[in-house]
Design a protein around this ligand. Structure first.
Ligand code: HEC
Ligand code: HEC
Length: 394
């Protein structure tokens, strides 16, 4: 081989590497689109079974939708719609406007199929996507309307109240769903019949963590993504895990499996958000770090770059300060595959109160006071204050 061909070959290799990079970017982009817009065929559940398309068309005007925490993607709105909302000429109290927004793919986490018959738009199918619970918007246009923030949990969303609108659900189940409240959902209730709702967690900051969910049930995100897509959203495919006695198969096709790698790549690409400037006292946070690593004994479990020992061990419920469940339900861990808890990663923790799997601590101050009392830490008021400022800085 001559020197020239080798040089050409190496150059080709170089550009091959570059292509691999852009392929990765395309792969992540594909995952983003799945995260935002893919229903995995779950219209079978939300339309054929739950008849939510009828509920939306008859009763869910945009104001009602916003009041149960649905979000609108302002970037999907054409200029004339933006102007119409600003001038008050778009009727936000009409379900027809919701259908128009669904047609624009502007309702975060809902995917509608709209057909125009005789000049009139009709919602014929509706399904849900991952973004329903794990995206919100930055409110830059109006409360509930703005730019998408993927991975941020939607703590305004009231999934129980929304599902309870379905005419296909019996009164006893509706009564349970209505107890959940905003920002909470029980992803096991329809499998084990126990009512113990979970705070909707962030789907960001998971790079490098090999235990997924509060209880570390899966070694990778794809485990849980398949669980939710099939058993909760009603997507077509199969989820089976003998540890929890769950074996669910929807349809004879599989609209989930092929999408899991790209979906996971997208989630792993979402970093935890950094705290807004001026949101914490830097000097106090510096002192709080010393408390975290010293007398608070937090770093025993919240260790490493993501502030979790999840890749090394899980923790028995007796070690964890968030049980018993406030509702009196059996401990969430007892309903999981591992029966244990994963130390929660703390990057971006400022962003998503309330805290712990069941939301039992409304603020970071309540978290610190709970640890102080339950673990007998005997921290002083100023140590607790500094520790809170440190948590806000992560
Ligand atoms: C109806 C609301 C809802 C929808 C829709 C939903 N999730 Fe979740 N998600 C939850 C709740 C609640 C949990 C907490 C479960 C737990 O930790 O046991 C969770 C947990 C997770 C986690 C674990 C995070 C961690 O810290 O380990 C990931 C990742 C995730 N969801 C991704 C997804 C993806 C991807 C989809 C779409 C396939 C999806 N979710 C759809 C409510 C939802
Ligand atoms: C024995 C191990 C252990 C120790 C020690 C520990 N934690 Fe935790 N921490 C956990 C586990 C496990 C969870 C998840 C519990 C849950 O979700 O209910 C958690 C959750 C949290 C959360 C809530 C995160 C969220 O996303 O809701 C915060 C904040 C936190 N811990 C801070 C601290 C601080 C501050 C200390 C020291 C005072 C501390 N932890 C000590 C294991 C520990």
């Amino acid at each position: 081989m001559s020197a020239t061909t080798l040089a050409l070959l190496l150059a080709a290799c170089g550009s091959g590497g570059g292509n691999a990079g852009s392929t990765d970017a395309a792969f992540v982009e594909q995952g983003k689109s799945i995260f935002r817009f893919d229903t995995f065929g779950d219209e079978t559940k939300w339309t054929d079974t739950l008849r939510m398309h009828e509920v939306i068309a008859s009763a869910v005007d945009p104001l009602t939708g916003l009041s149960v925490g649905l979000k609108v993607d302002a970037q999907a709105l054409p200029a004339e719609v933006v102007q119409g909302i600003q001038m008050g000429t778009v009727d936000l109290s009409s379900p027809a406007t919701t259908i128009a927004l669904l047609k624009l793919d502007a309702v975060v986490g809902l995917k509608g199929t709209v057909e125009t018959v005789g000049g009139k738009d009709r919602l014929v199918r509706v399904g849900t996507t991952c973004a329903l619970c794990h995206s919100t918007v930055d409110d830059s246009f109006a409360p509930g309307i703005g730019k998408r923030l993927d991975g941020w949990p939607n703590r305004d969303l009231d999934p129980g109240a929304i599902i309870a609108l379905s005419p296909a659900i019996d009164a006893a189940t509706k009564a349970v769903l209505r107890t959940w409240g905003k920002g909470k959902y029980d992803p096991r209730f329809n499998q084990d019949g126990i009512n113990g709702p979970q705070v909707i967690p962030p789907a960001f900051g998971l790079q490098g963590i090999d235990r997924i969910t509060t209880t570390g049930d899966g070694a990778d995100i794809a485990y849980w993504n398949r669980y939710v897509a099939v058993t909760q959203m009603g997507g077509h495919g199969r989820f089976t895990d003998a540890r929890i006695g769950v074996d669910v198969k929807n349809g004879d096709d599989d609209l989930v499996t092929s999408k899991l790698p790209a979906l996971q790549a997208y989630q792993l690409s979402l970093p935890a958000p950094t705290p807004p400037a001026g949101s914490f006292d830097a000097a106090a946070a510096q002192r709080g770090k010393v408390v975290f690593e010293g007398p608070g004994r937090c770093a025993r479990c919240h260790s490493g770059p993501e502030f979790t020992d999840a890749n090394l061990r899980l923790h028995a419920p007796s070690e964890v300060v968030s049980e018993p469940e406030p509702s009196g339900a059996p401990g969430y861990a007892s309903r999981s595959a591992t029966k244990q808890y994963r130390t929660a990663p703390l990057r971006g923790v400022w962003q998503h109160p309330p805290y712990f799997h069941n939301g039992s601590a409304p603020t970071l101050e309540a978290v610190v006071r709970t640890y102080d009392a339950r673990k007998g830490l005997a921290l002083s008021e100023s140590q607790m204050h500094d520790l809170v400022e440190y948590l806000k800085s992560l």
